[in-house]
Design a protein around this ligand. Sequence first.
Ligand code: SF4
Ligand code: SF4
Ligand code: FES
Length: 368
Amino acid sequence: MVKLMINGRAIEAKEGMTVLQAAQEAGITIPTLCDHPDLESFGGCRLCVVDVKGWRTPMASCTLPVNEGMVVETHSPAIEKSRKTILELFMSNYHDSGYENGQKEETQFMHWVKHYGLDVEKSMAAAPHYTVDSDANPFVFVDLNKCIQCTRCVRACADIQGRFVWSMAERGFNTHPVAGADTDMLDARCESCGACVAYCPTGALDNKMSLGAGVPDKLVMTTCTYCGVGCQFELNVKDGKVIRVTSTEKAPVNGNHLCVKGRYGYDFIHHPERLVKPMVRRYLLEGKKPVVSDQSSVTSGPWDWVETEWEKALDIVADKFADTRTKFGADSMGFLTSAKCLNEENYLMNKLARQVIGTNNIDHCARL
Ligand code: SF4
Ligand code: SF4
Ligand code: FES
């Protein structure tokens, strides 16, 4: 352990920790923007600077390792003034065009801008200098007028998703992220996982499907229904409808990360064509199989799909299973189970296939 002083308090920190981590462990909040615990430290925004006794210039605490005997001041008047100046510089190159993104909480950047007393309207750039919604990606909304060049998108895409879509181009005032060789995100091998959106602290990258959807009434933590990994996320619910999915560090399996299905594949929930009751062909309810003389006739009359009750539908399936097994043998049948089911339900399907029907023809969609 390393002993140091932060704001007059004696602190012990593990060797190799940064001053920022040591302060956070001691319950001291140092403002940050480019830093994120899931990403390699970058030290670019300088919002986390601190004074270290005996050192001439303030140091970025997110890249500064703790040292024995170090004396650190995190909120001296000079440091606070420097943070405010940094935020003013960011704001001079920031423009909000006024679209409604409806996030429940303000962005990390806006939080610090307001915390340091900046007037958003007065301090932001008078006009956008990039095209708003500049990328054709169907899920990721790009507005680089809100970008502060923190590179969290670059690191999230490279280090977490492993797609290396984003990099930084140009210099100084014009520095900005570009996808691939300054092409579209999808051309640059983007998988639309939304990790860059989740880690962007300003809303320069946002969820296209949720713009204008409003602010959720509640967040409901749940488990993804798509595959067997079991990622968790928060459903943003407004007036009983899911308007957005947000990842959260509280999720034990996946943390802030999700794939495109978990983050953006939620429109089936309220889709007007979603099946909410079992459906069977009409003739199965009437008990008489019609003769198919003409393929077009399968779309109407006795071949219509009609809603029925679960008991009836399951009786029909059980009769068909028994009939098929008797006529063609157990191995004429196959069972495909689902990652949307519980382990116990999949176990029961295995029992049904092997023990009740008598076939080993069983597989699971998570293998596809
Ligand atoms: S959506 Fe995912 S794959 Fe695409 S650029 Fe962002 S992080 Fe990379
Ligand atoms: S787009 Fe967002 S995450 Fe990427 S550099 Fe800009 S502000 Fe940072
Ligand atoms: S958070 Fe430390 S330099 Fe940005």
